[in-house]
Design a protein around this ligand. Structure first.
Ligand SMILES: [Zn+2]
Length: 77
């Protein structure tokens, strides 16, 4: 096939899942309620401090995952 990005070449071999934080197709790493958090983002979360701006951004993303997964209502966004 022509025009296949290198990133996607291993798609058939390795299960790629969109990371819910950086929104890139990444290898399954940490599955939180059916959503993937790639190793890079996980590391960034772990390395960020509670006072960091990035920390609160990650926290919001995770809260978002929990909210979406916990919602019993059909998606009406
Ligand atoms: Zn990520």
């Amino acid at each position: 096939m022509i025009g296949v990005e290198t990133d996607w070449e291993c798609y058939a071999m390795v299960e790629l899942m969109e990371c819910s934080i950086c929104c890139k197709p990444k290898k399954e790493n940490l599955i939180l309620l059916g959503k993937n958090i790639c190793s890079e983002c996980e590391e960034r979360i772990v390395q960020s401090n509670a006072g960091d701006l990035s920390y609160s951004v990650f926290l919001e993303k995770i809260k978002d995952i929990l909210r979406t997964a916990g919602s019993k209502e059909p998606s009406i966004w």
